[in-house]
Design a protein around this ligand. Structure first.
Ligand SMILES: Cc1cc2nc3c(=O)[nH]c(=O)nc-3n(C[C@H](O)[C@H](O)[C@H](O)COP(=O)(O)OP(=O)(O)OC[C@H]3O[C@@H](n4cnc5c(N)ncnc54)[C@H](O)[C@@H]3O)c2cc1C
Length: 338
């Protein structure tokens, strides 16, 4: 899986400026197209370096981070300007950016972890898996001064997606006593896929299917156990429904929890003063503001992010010139999640 950026001929300067908020695969692929079309392109990125989840989310055994950096370098050499450590909505207002540029592309991904909304979720020793994974990558890349909170004893990862799978791998690397993957449905329904869940089992993860946590139990403010119930898929008239098995409550002793039950788009909103709504395709409710990648509909895949960045740049070009442009989507450079 790679993000391949090959800058072809740069077009004549249009004299127009486009701001891209977020330097993940969606923002980067849009930056490539827009600079080639002759726009001045500025990328605002809240992290220490661009790359998004390619750098700070996906583990290095699945993606070559140096190759990602080489591709970003090509964009810099072509004239794309990156403002790193700039959190739009905090360090600079989104409204200010909208005023300054001819068009704005929101490509801020989906970094907000869904809460489980069960008692005890705030106990210490419980982390949202994506936050933990980002910290883990920050620490591996030498950006984290305060050190990574250590996982120990029995670790429960809750969820069935790739974030949960990567969290299990991190827990295994910590040489903890036991890693449980707790998922409320069956493995064949897991978004990560049955095969990947089975590979986890081979690596030593204890997979608990049809198990749903209903409370985190603490001792002196730290998590000590999970109260869970068993679930079952029951056929009623329509599609099978997930039901709680009566009298199935049980306690799972635990020392750390990583919650990975879903991610939501993280769209800047200037402290609630701006409300970006996705309209048709990459268009939003706000004139000259476009959207691409995971920020559009929530978590997806690198391939989707790249393709949607390309589509958004095409739409931006049409908006700014009233002319259509044919942009190639190289499917090979945009493979889907394996
Ligand atoms: C743990 C994990 C593993 C994954 N593994 C795979 C995989 O193996 N294969 C695959 O195809 N997909 C995988 N994915 C999904 C894939 O990484 C994403 O779908 C893809 O990165 C989305 O691209 P994006 O550009 O939309 O967003 P992101 O990559 O999330 O980038 C968004 C960027 O916006 C920046 N940003 C956010 N808010 C602001 C702000 N207010 N101001 C400035 N900058 C901001 C962020 O710092 C980030 O750089 C994985 C996802 C996760 C969480």
């Amino acid at each position: 899986m790679e993000l391949k950026i090959n800058i072809e001929k740069l077009g004549n300067a249009t004299g127009k400026k486009v701001a891209i908020i977020g330097g993940g695969p969606a923002g980067l692929s849009a930056a490539k197209e827009l600079i080639q079309l002759g726009y001045e392109v500025h990328v605002y990125e809240k992290m220490y370096e661009p790359g998004g989840l390619l750098i700070f989310g996906i583990p290095s055994y699945r993606i070559n981070k140096e190759k990602v950096r080489e591709n970003i370098k090509k964009l810099m050499n072509a004239g794309v300007i990156f403002y790193t450590n700039t959190d739009v909505g905090k360090d600079i207002c989104l409204s200010e950016i909208i005023k300054k540029y001819d068009a704005v592309l929101i490509a801020t991904g989906a970094w907000i972890s869904k809460k489980m909304n069960v008692a005890g979720e705030n106990l210490s020793g419980i982390y949202y898996a994506l936050d933990y994974i980002i910290k883990y990558n920050l620490s591996k890349l030498g950006y984290l001064s305060e050190g990574l909170p250590k996982l120990s004893g029995k670790v429960a990862v809750i969820g069935g997606g790739l974030t949960a799978v990567d969290a299990c791998h991190i827990a295994l690397q910590n040489n903890v006593e036991k890693v449980y993957l707790i998922y409320r449905r069956g493995r064949w329904q897991a978004p990560a896929g049955k095969k990947i869940i089975e590979n986890l089992e081979t690596s030593g993860v204890h997979v608990m299917e049809f198990t749903q946590p209903i409370e985190f139990i603490g001792e002196n403010g730290a998590v000590k156990a999970i109260r869970a119930v068993k679930t079952v898929l029951e056929k009623s008239n329509g599609a099978p429904e997930l039901k709680i098995v009566p009298e199935s409550q049980h306690i799972i002793p635990i020392d750390n929890v990583l919650i990975a039950v879903g991610l939501l788009p993280s769209i800047p909103n200037d402290d609630g003063k701006i409300n970006i709504i996705v309209k048709e395709g990459p268009r939003t409710n706000i004139e000259k503001v476009f959207i691409a990648g995971d920020a559009t509909l929530g978590p997806s895949y690198i391939g989707f992010a790249i393709q949607s960045g390309i589509k958004a740049s095409k739409e931006i070009h049409t908006y700014l010139t009233h002319k259509e442009v044919e942009l190639k989507i190289d499917k090979k450079s945009a493979p889907l999640r394996d």
